[in-house]
Design a protein around this ligand. Structure first.
Ligand SMILES: C[S@@+](CC[C@H](N)C(=O)[O-])C[C@H]1O[C@@H](n2cnc3c(N)ncnc32)[C@H](O)[C@@H]1O
Length: 353
């Protein structure tokens, strides 16, 4: 991604209007990628900077985006199908009930989705478009290029009317260089991924979305709710051990990207609900003393048995907490959908005049 040319929004406009043949940074650069790289609006640390800042001193931590290499993305897809992982099923049910209502209210010219992953649930919005005889474009925005490519090709072939324009980048790097559109845009952020932000960051991110919206645009946000600790613990500790594999896979990413020699067998997955901070905290716990060389950084880390790396937080929200998050950013709540068991929220909010 770093080696590719970055696409500025003006260039994207030319590309969309046909003034230039190919999206700069994708086909024109000689790359066969169908994705358009989004230029960061501000500096975000690269993996070397993140690892220096997060692993070389205690408490050790890593940003969650490094989970999502191709294997990590596939493992996340599998997590979504485990019996314990209620968020995907619950959000999917809400979407299957309300997608048509949402599409008819918003009538989007474009759907842009942050952290789109396999876009499986987003298909329910496209199905609703078909039933309502509505067409639009779709811009999935994700950090995982192989997933974006595969999903975009599948969607393009399954929905011939849908104009799919995959965007590759880090949504934490700012939204100033997102391509512009003329009509109504529906911003989508599903899967409870907003919970991976710390509270102040979540507020800032929603405000950034609001600031990139035009009056009359909408945001559809899916977020996980506070609930019984046992259900939460089970969701992040599935019996098949897929979440554990997903968590441990980040060490393979570090090995590959930084020429490191983490031995994943020296670490164990741990996920627990912290009821004071209302969040799942996912760790990799070192189970035997371990020295790791990171050639690319020219650094050595000594892990003692019992030490851990915080790899993800997943905040759980209350009904009011979620509404405040949106209202504080200047959005207007149009609909707040929740199932009878109140496990998950799906909120449609609009950007006022
Ligand atoms: C928890 S998964 C959710 C996937 C999908 N939206 C769903 O609901 O099943 C998070 C997604 O966000 C992407 N992602 C994580 N951090 C990101 C970042 N900083 N910028 C862009 N995408 C990111 C991951 O690649 C992954 O596809």
């Amino acid at each position: 991604m770093q080696n590719k040319q970055r696409l500025k929004s003006e260039e994207y406009e030319e590309y969309k209007s046909g003034d230039i043949a190919h999206a700069p940074g994708s086909l024109a650069s000689g790359s066969s990628s169908i994705c358009t790289s989004i230029e960061p609006a501000r500096h975000v640390p690269d993996i070397a900077e993140d690892v220096r800042a997060g692993l070389l001193s205690a408490p050790r931590s890593l940003p969650p985006k490094y989970f999502y290499d191709e294997r990590g993305s596939r493992l996340f897809e599998q997590i979504c199908t485990t019996p314990e992982y209620y968020p995907t099923r619950t959000e999917e049910k809400l979407l299957s009930h309300y997608s048509e209502e949402i599409i008819n209210q918003v009538k989007p010219e474009e759907i842009i989705e942050f952290g789109s992953g396999n876009a499986q649930k987003t298909r329910l919005l496209f199905d609703a478009c078909e039933r309502s005889d509505h067409t639009c474009s779709y811009a999935p925005f994700d950090v995982c290029e192989p997933m974006l490519e595969t999903v975009s090709e599948q969607l393009q072939s399954d929905y011939h009317w849908l104009d799919v324009k995959p965007l590759l980048g880090d949504y934490r790097a700012g939204l100033d260089h997102l391509p512009k559109t003329h009509g109504t845009r529906l911003y989508v952020f599903l899967g409870g991924t907003i919970g991976n932000f710390y509270p102040e960051e979540a507020q800032e991110f929603i405000k950034e979305i609001k600031d990139s919206m035009q009056a009359g645009d909408y945001l559809l946000l899916g977020a996980d709710r506070v609930k019984d600790n046992h259900l939460l613990d089970a969701a992040y500790n599935d019996e098949q051990g897929i979440t554990a594999e997903f968590n441990l896979n980040v060490l393979n990413v570090l090995n590959r990207e930084l020429k490191a020699d983490f031995n994943p067998e020296n670490f164990e997955h741990q996920a627990e609900f912290n009821s004071v901070r209302n969040r799942i905290e996912m760790h990799l716990v070192c189970i035997r003393d371990h020295i790791v060389h990171m050639q690319q950084l020219d650094e050595i880390i000594t892990f003692q048995k019992g030490e851990s790396i915080l790899t993800e937080v997943s905040h759980k929200f209350t009904f009011d907490g979620l509404e405040n998050l949106l209202v504080e950013s200047g959005l207007h709540i149009c609909k707040h959908y929740e199932p009878e068991n109140k496990y998950f929220s799906l909120i449609l909010a609009s950007c006022p005049e």
